[in-house]
Design a protein around this ligand. Structure first.
Ligand code: ATP
Ligand code: MG
Length: 384
């Protein structure tokens, strides 16, 4: 059994969400072990305010469920966890995993009786749970009651050195779980981390294998990278590593000036993020495809790529709603440029995607330094 290192590294406990503390308290009061885990511990040690607080416990999900009134159970990959709504905000409460669950483990069926499934699932130790996580800096536990940080994987040293290091056998991890490519890129961009050489090597292998993974998963993970205030950095790194073309093959057709236009759109997303504006998923997808589909919007002179060629058709399957909406937002950009009195305006003004379309229009103007007069006219019409 690995020992937890007691390497002291202080964190500012006042950054811990009081509602997370209340959940830990309730679990502990019922006799369970309960710790903060994952990104929140990483961010606290880095001196940053976490986005969300995840909790690990030796209570099974059915037991957690019994302790909290406002609580939802969710089935995941071979596990069940609880979302506890404390103060209106959801907190993941996950049962300690006995072993790393391979990506191939079947998901708990949607219609399963989760209480019954949870009762049967084995509970792991903190050390086993740490080993099942993705990167060493994401595998740290913190106990606010004692102020102790538990480190079974050398994660504290990696936080100190600002290094992103995959746990387990990196090649196998990245091969089994395509989401790690995107997670590695967004975590290192957000937190200014260097990738440990074996992790980077495994990531490159993971990138090569991306086209064999489900398109919907790749797209979702890519769009996640665009909502965190580091879209510009992620897009540049993803181009270097060929992640973009292996996620959305049409992006391989971008010419040099269109790449620059895409990076400028990413930088504009980041400026918006700094002011509390985050684009919806369809708007993010539309922004990604804009330099290809509508070069004029970003002052480019390339020939536009037809909408039908932008997103791969998967074996005759219908396009997911996100893709349909993204393409609608994209097509709306031409109408927006023509103004609120143009022929296409009435339909767009009645569309549930008008706000997303205007968000992309505003983003484009920010990226290109274009006049906002037309945008203001649309906004006035929207509010009328
Ligand atoms: P963020 O600040 O974006 O929330 P995070 O690291 O907390 O970063 P989450 O998606 O909230 O990211 O995941 C919480 C934790 O769950 C991670 O820190 C990690 O320990 C674990 N985790 C998430 N995804 C994976 C994965 N694909 N494989 C293994 N562990 C994972
Ligand atoms: Mg998190």
């Amino acid at each position: 059994m690995p020992q937890a290192s007691a390497t002291p590294m202080t964190l500012d406990a006042s950054r811990i969400d009081p509602n997370a503390l209340a959940i830990l308290e309730r679990l502990r009061g019922a006799g369970f072990q309960a710790l903060l885990v994952g990104g929140c511990v990483r961010d606290l040690l880095l001196g940053q305010t976490p986005k969300d607080f995840d909790i690990a416990t030796d209570a099974r999900a059915d037991q957690t469920h019994g302790l909290f009134e406002d609580c939802l159970m969710l089935g995941g990959r071979g596990s069940v966890m609880t979302l506890v709504f404390q103060g209106g905000k959801p907190f993941d409460v996950a049962t300690l995993r006995p072993l790393r669950t391979p990506a191939s483990t079947p998901r708990v069926p949607l219609d399963a009786d989760l209480l019954a499934v949870a009762r049967e699932l084995p509970v792991g130790t903190v050390a086993e749970d740490a080993a099942s996580r993705d990167f060493s800096i994401n595998a740290l536990f913190h106990d606010p009651a004692t102020g102790q940080t538990l480190d079974f994987v050398g994660g504290v040293d990696d936080v100190r050195g600002r290094v992103l290091r995959s746990l387990g056998e990196p090649s196998a991890r990245f091969r089994d779980d395509p989401s790690l490519v995107y997670r590695a890129l967004r975590i290192s961009a957000r937190r200014g981390l260097t990738m440990e050489p074996r992790t980077l090597e495994a990531l490159r292998e993971g990138v090569a294998a991306l086209p064999t993974s489900p398109f919907a998963l790749r797209l979702h993970e890519l769009l996640e990278c665009l909502s965190l205030g580091v879209a510009g950095a992620c897009l540049r790194r993803m181009r270097e590593l060929d992640v973009l073309a292996r996620t959305l093959p049409s992006l391989g057709r971008l010419g040099p000036s269109a790449w620059e236009a895409l990076f400028s759109l990413g930088d504009a997303m980041d400026r918006g993020h700094a002011q509390g504006r985050v684009l919806g998923h369809p708007a993010r997808l539309a922004a990604l495809l804009l330099p290809l589909a509508d070069p004029q919007a970003v002052s480019g002179g390339d020939a536009p790529v037809p909408l039908a060629e932008l997103v791969p058709a998967e074996d005759g399957a219908e396009r997911p709603p996100l893709v349909e909406d993204g393409l609608t937002v994209l097509a709306a950009q031409r109408v927006l440029r023509q103004g609120p009195d143009s022929a296409g305006a009435p339909e767009l003004l009645g569309s549930h995607l008008l706000t997303e379309a205007l968000d992309v229009y505003a983003l484009t103007l920010d990226a290109t330094g274009g006049s906002r007069q037309g945008l203001d006219a649309w906004r006035a019409r929207q509010g009328a």
